[in-house]
Structures are given as structure tokens and as C-alpha cells.
Design a protein. Structure first.
Ligand SMILES: [Zn+2]
Length: 149
């Protein structure tokens, strides 16, 4: 994360607040329609699949996805990101179905691949907000493996 300049804060509304509250607690929250059972992202007031109102529930997602498309940002739109360039910006296909635009950390132009498995991680930008970012799913998670025994 860039030191010095403050990162821009997300625009939190009553509709998307559970997403940002979850992210700050280390949880990837998605809306799921209780009528047609589909997951959706970005947060909305009505289901875009069955058009039902009042059927969207917040649930914790798996945090697993894959890189569907990507590009590297060399000229960010805010100076607080300058120390991070090039930034891998990707469309992540969540295993639940929706696509999320986000940053992938711990990759470079040689290591990122279409279809690469990624997992959600959470990056605090200040005391109140964290952003959902993604990392390669194969990166060491600190969990014990058979080779650690
Ligand atoms: Zn629906």
C-alpha cells in the first residue's frame, strides 16, 4: 500500500454497506436472491435475473474465483496508487457466478494467466475500510500441508 497520500474511500450507501462492512471484517459478502437463488455483484436493490424486489439476502461467499480477463495499469487515476504500478487489474469470475473487477496482488505479467485460480484477500485502506483484493490461490496461506508434517 502506498504510504503518504490517503487512498480514496469507497462511496458507501445503504445498498452496498453490508459488502464494505464484511470486507473490513475479512469476509467477502455477496447478495443472493431468495427467489431464483442466483448470486449477484455489484450490490443492488432488485434481482437482475428474476426482477424480484425484497428478495436479496447477504451471504458470505467462498472467496474463490478465477481470472477471466486482466490488464496492467501503469497510469493510475489517483496519485495514491503510483507506488503500486504496474497494477494487475482483473475481472474475477467468482465460483458463485458473478464477475468482480478488482486488483490481483502477488502476480506480474509473466505469472498471471487467464483461468488462474485466485482467492479473496482484504487490504485495509484506513481505520474504517478495507478493499477486497485477490491473490493466486496457490500462494502460501499459512495453513498446514502434508509437507509441513
Ligand atoms: Zn432472482
Amino acid at each position: 500500500m502506498s504510504e503518504g497520500l490517503a487512498r480514496p474511500e469507497p462511496r458507501v450507501t445503504p445498498v452496498n454497506e453490508p459488502y464494505f462492512v464484511g470486507a473490513h471484517k475479512g469476509k467477502l459478502m455477496l447478495q443472493q436472491c431468495s427467489s431464483c437463488c442466483k448470486f449477484l455483484f455489484y450490490p443492488r436493490v432488485a434481482c437482475p435475473y428474476c426482477f424480484a424486489l425484497g428478495t436479496l439476502l447477504w451471504v458470505e461467499a467462498s472467496g474463490q474465483g478465477s481470472v477471466e480477463s486482466f490488464s496492467f495499469v501503469h497510469r493510475p487515476q489517483h496519485p495514491s496508487f503510483l507506488s503500486e504500478v504496474p497494477i494487475a487489474f482483473a475481472a474475477i469470475r467468482l465460483v458463485e457466478g458473478p464477475t468482480m473487477l478488482s486488483v490481483v496482488r502477488d502476480v506480474n505479467a509473466r505469472s498471471i494467466r487467464l483461468g488462474m485460480a485466485v482467492r479473496a484477500d482484504f487490504e485495509p485502506i484506513n481505520a474504517d475500510y478495507s478493499l477486497v483484493i485477490w491473490k493466486p490461490a496457490t500462494a502460501h496461506t499459512g495453513a498446514a500441508t502434508s509437507s509441513d508434517v
